[in-house]
Ligand binder design. Structure first.
Ligand code: GLC
Length: 724
């Protein structure tokens, strides 16, 4: 084992010869590593080809991190298997999801990151209450230990090591509508018209797999989408971004250019015999591009030109664990076994047939049977399994967008990811269900993913699988206004979830909900940038802000930026909920409509608050400010923001930094942005307001007026308007 110190308080322990995953932006050189014998904190044992790290846990230890995983926010009490898996049923006992983020925080002690691209099992106080047992399927890996007792400092250091989070375009903070599927241009146009006619704001409509010709990646079905370029511009004119899905599996079909090019140039993963590996996904029999090969990434990245040339800036890389429905050989063997039983009296064998069919999908043996050709040699997919989604994103971004649309921001969701992915793209949380329980999963994962650097992320609002009730959609859409990615998505064969499909009253509630989200965009966008600048999660648990005992246990409330605490209703038939209000006093806004203020002051404590179906409970922290744009807009970039409303509850002094830029490029890095620093101070006879603008000649703020609406301790409102 070798060792070096990095950054402010990181120690790297290198075991064996790990694969260079590209998770980190800081890459220590071999010559900097010195031999060492011992690792702090962990007891380490090598058993056969596995390495087992054991750590004693104290009764009060709270464990966080692990990015996209099920279980609590506090990860203690469960086993997590980090091995990317397409499992559409996220029930509590499941150990694997689509991504691997092996970053862990032990609050008040330290944090660590295990850079290893295949299976790692974290048994966190499950087998033994007071032990964390980590089993790494190898002897070659990097272990980074972050020696700070403060969770926020550990996260900052992790982000210094793995890179600054990705920043989507501003329109990606608007509402987004998805469905598997809106199968043709006509349907999408109708959906778009509905949004505009009904006055429900929306910025993006997704194109699921049916836009392709026979599910062939990088094709467009001309019958369903005649004159695609014209359709894209028509949508753009109405303020809609189209977001096509891109799947990695390339259909095996003679004369199909992507297939032919791939075969000709050896771009596909090969099996043991050196032949193209065949797996079945949506298009039928497919080959998988070898994204671990830089040449393949270059080839794949350029393909996005098909869309970027038309002005499309939103993408959705799916099925990249990679998901395998089945491998033809394995299915054949299975079917042969069934045929053998055809004329026999079947008893217990029935269960063999029934259960075995599920094992055909995403079978570990299949991942062991195909290979990647990397700059460091040949590896089986199993050995590098967790990198496939990340390397597909690297192809899309580093070899695609950065070359074909340099300096332009893009929305890129991926389903699978690895640590480091967060600096070039993001993920959504995969195929959840229209279950109330999944709203809590959504909230916890928002926080855990933020800790792992995925500041902009979200779940399928309303739930993907299973049918949703109107009430579930309302409550989830209300939770969604605080989700950075605000996308409603649902699966084929399930009940539709667009805002107007239930009844007029539900439509009205959903319209007001989405409008409230749009009103909040100046706050969300500013705080998102503030979070990036401070390397501090945008969505965070209460205990990052407050030190009281109860806050450490709250998993169904969260902070968005520094001023707002969300306390969403996640229970059916509830007309309110219990909330914990830590330390500070709070201004409670029971928001049913962004124009109506229904404000009340709360002292710290625990309360039951009421929230009718149309009401969204919002808490604004004492001595902090939020911003609203009260002008009605249909989509984010429809009109420049002329007036900002500042709402705050100020008993001493409060400050907020408004941020704006063109929302589409990286020019903000060269000073093309505006910041307005707003300070409100309580004085003996009212309030003192300070407004300081920091703008460059190249980017001038559109804001002409700032309206203050400040509440004092008694709940009295003080208003002021300033022309700026
Ligand atoms: C996968 C995706 C889902 C998508 C579906 C069809 O299940 O996770 O979001 O709608 O495939 O493409």
């Amino acid at each position: 084992m070798r060792f070096t110190r990095l950054l402010n308080f990181t120690k790297l322990y290198r075991f064996g010869k790990p694969f260079a995953t590209d998770a980190t932006v800081i890459k220590p050189e071999e010559k900097d590593l010195k031999n060492c014998e011992k690792v702090n904190y962990f007891d380490i044992k090598v058993k056969e080809n596995k390495t087992v790290l054991t750590l004693n846990l104290d009764y009060e230890d709270r464990i966080y991190g692990l990015g996209e995983t099920l279980g609590g926010l506090n990860k203690r009490g469960k086993i997590y298997k980090l091995y990317a898996t397409d499992d559409p049923v996220h029930s509590p006992e499941k150990e694997s999801l689509y991504s691997s983020h092996p970053f862990v925080i032990i609050d008040k002690k330290f944090g660590f990151f295990i850079d290893y691209p295949s299976e790692i099992i974290f048994d966190i106080g499950y087998t033994k209450f007071d032990e964390m047992i980590i089993t790494i399927n190898s002897k070659d890996f990097d272990l980074y230990i972050f020696e700070s007792k403060r969770a926020l400092e550990v996260i900052r250091e992790y982000l210094r090591l793995t890179g600054i989070p990705y920043i989507p375009p501003k329109w990606a903070f608007g509402y987004q509508q998805c469905r598997w599927s809106y199968p043709d241009a006509k349907t999408i146009k109708n959906i778009a018209n509905n949004f505009r006619e009904k006055g429900i704001p929306c910025d993006a409509i997704y194109m699921d797999i049916d836009y392709m010709k026979d599910y062939k990646v990088f094709t467009i079905d001309e019958n369903k989408f005649p004159n695609f370029p014209e359709f894209v511009s028509e949508m753009k004119e109405k303020g809609f971004n189209l977001v096509p899905i891109v799947d990695p599996g390339v259909k095996i079909e003679k004369k199909y250019d992507v297939y032919e090019e791939g075969v000709e140039n050896n771009y596909f993963c090969k099996d043991e015999k050196g032949e193209e590996f065949v797996a079945t996904v949506w298009p039928g029999f497919t080959h998988f591009p070898d994204f671990l090969n830089p040449e393949v990434r270059k080839w794949w990245g350029e393909k996005y030109k098909l869309f970027t040339d038309l002005g499309i800036r939103g993408f959705w890389n799916d099925m990249n664990e990679p998901s395998i429905f089945f491998v033809p050989e394995r299915l054949k063997n299975y079917l042969d076994k069934i045929y053998e039983l055809k004329n026999k009296e079947v008893g217990l064998e029935f269960f063999m047939i029934k259960d075995k069919i599920l094992l055909l999908s995403n079978n570990r043996d299949d991942y062991k049977s195909f290979y990647h050709v990397t700059p460091y040699g040949k590896y089986s997919n199993d050995q590098l399994h967790n990198l496939y989604g990340y390397y597909m994103a690297k192809a899309t971004v580093e070899e695609g967008f950065e070359k074909i649309i340099p300096n332009e921001r893009y929305l890129l969701l991926s389903r699978s990811s690895y640590s480091g992915h967060h600096r070039i793209a993001t993920i959504w949380m995969g195929d959840n269900m229209s279950w109330w329980e999944h709203m809590l999963v959504n909230i916890r994962m928002l926080m855990s993913l933020n800790m792992a650097g995925f500041f902009y992320t979200g779940a399928d609002i309303g739930g993907f699988g299973a049918n949703s009730s109107p009430e579930l959609v309302v409550r989830w859409m209300q939770l969604g206004i605080f989700s950075p990615l605000y996308r409603n998505h649902s699966a084929l064969g399930t009940r539709n979830q667009e805002p107007w499909v239930f009844d007029e009253n539900i439509e009205k509630i959903l319209r007001n909900t989405i409008k409230l989200r749009y009103a909040l965009i100046p706050y969300l966008y500013s705080e998102f940038f503030n979070s990036i600048n401070n390397l501090k999660p945008f969505i965070s648990p209460l205990f990052f802000h407050f030190d009281d005992k109860i806050s450490k246990e709250v998993e169904d409330q969260f902070m968005i930026g520094n001023s707002i605490m969300a306390t969403p209703i996640i229970q059916p038939n509830a007309r309110g909920r219990y909330v914990h209000l830590p330390e500070a006093k709070w201004l409670y806004w029971s928001a049913s409509n962004f124009k109506e203020r229904n404000m009340k002051i709360y002292e710290p404590g625990d309360y039951y608050i009421k929230a009718e179906l149309n009401e969204i409970p919002i808490f604004i922290k004492e001595n902090s400010l939020i911003l609203l744009n009260e002008e009605e807009i249909n989509y984010v970039n429809e009109k420049p923001i002329k007036e900002l409303t500042v709402i705050g509850f100020v008993t001493g002094s409060a400050e907020f930094t408004y941020f704006d830029d063109d929302g589409e490029t990286y020019n903000f890095k060269n000073g093309k942005y505006v910041k307005i620093n707003i300070v409100v101070k309580k004085t003996e006879n009212g309030y003192n307001y300070e407004i300081e603008k920091d703008e460059s000649e190249d980017f001038v703020s559109t804001v002409e007026r700032i309206k203050f609406e400040i509440y004092d301790e008694k709940g009295n409102k003080h208003t002021q308007i300033f022309e700026i």
